[in-house]
Write a new protein. Structure first.
Length: 321
């Protein structure tokens, strides 16, 4: 078995990463934690919405297998991300207890696990559904694990902006499973998640700027400064609010979605203004964390409205005068 030291990601030893004694092999919960299960839930949810807004039909068994493989692929990319980022995870409070820096799983084991799941999920999705969906899943894994994790994250404050494309692709993969094509519906959902990602993560980065600086990650608040980050949060939110209503204009979002999108967009704008105004002390932290939390609720409600309308038959068209 590869030794712990020899299987560290590049730069880990140079940055002083010293893992705790390892329990060789780890436990099942440790391996499950490598998959970033909370992210997997979001991936399953958004991919499912991509399926239900598609113009087409898919066998329920194939849909279930496809969702499982999309989730496994997302988990695999998260595992590879944890393998590569073990050195910086070790110096950040919120990530120090992850399985690799905490010594519960050796980096080499995590790498093998992530690669196996990556290849397996792509092959199974191709066999169960189609190779367009499988190709998109493969692209997502490579983009997140290689382009984002190994390059963008440590190289540019635009890491979240560009890297957000990986997290925005599950609806596109979901539509490809059902229809074998990529349509306007999933492209719009991709754009919503893509534009949502920077204000969502930058709100957290404002609070965690010290930890990112300690880890050497060039997050926007550490490079451009907190005030520039606050302005960019407002700018992105100004784009997001009307973009969130695009499904209504395109006819696949109905009355329920219009109400949720309008109220949610106004809420996002209100929180972004609070983040811009509160620049120090407890008020700064409270407003930033408030936006971070609300942004999660916003995206969940937006996609839930589409799921209810398209999947449960609650669609009511919006009449434009």
């Amino acid at each position: 078995m590869t030794s712990l030291t020899n299987s560290l990601p590049i730069g880990a030893e140079a940055q002083g990463f010293a893992p705790a004694p390892s329990i060789v092999g780890g436990d099942v919960p440790d391996y499950f934690a490598l998959l970033k299960p909370r992210v997997m839930v979001l991936v399953i949810f958004t991919a499912l919405v991509g399926m239900v807004v598609s113009q087409g039909h898919v066998n329920p068994a194939i849909a279930a297998i496809s969702l499982l493989m999309i989730a496994v692929g997302a988990g695999a990319s998260g595992c590879l991300n944890m393998w590569w980022d073990a050195d910086i995870d070790a110096v950040m409070t919120r990530t120090a207890k992850r399985p690799i820096p905490d010594g519960r799983i050796q980096p080499g084991e995590a790498l093998a696990f992530g690669l196996t799941l990556s290849v397996g999920s792509v092959l199974m999705l191709g066999l169960a559904a189609n190779w367009l969906a499988a190709g998109l899943l493969a692209f997502t894994i490579v983009f997140y694990a290689v382009i984002y994790s190994m390059w963008l994250k440590r190289a540019t404050p635009q890491n979240i902006v560009i890297g957000g494309a990986a997290g925005a692709l599950p609806p596109v993969i979901g539509q490809a499973v059902v229809s074998g094509t990529v349509g306007i519906e999933s492209i719009v959902l991709f754009l919503i998640i893509f534009i949502w990602t920077p204000p969502h993560f930058w709100a957290l980065a404002l609070v965690k700027a010290g930890e990112y600086a300690k880890a050497g990650i060039p997050m926007m608040p550490n490079v451009a400064g907190p005030q520039s980050t606050r302005r960019q949060i407002v700018y992105y939110t100004l784009l997001l609010a009307p973009l969130g209503l695009a499904p209504v204009a395109l006819g696949f979002g109905g009355l329920l979605y219009a109400i949720v999108g309008t109220l949610g967009g106004l809420g996002m704008l209100a929180f972004s203004v609070q983040v811009f105004r509160h620049r120090e002390g407890e008020a700064e932290k409270r407003s930033a964390m408030g936006m971070f939390a609300f942004s999660i609720l916003y995206l969940f409600l937006l996609f839930s409205a589409l799921l209810a309308e398209q999947g449960l038959g609650l669609f009511r068209p919006v009449a434009f005068v």
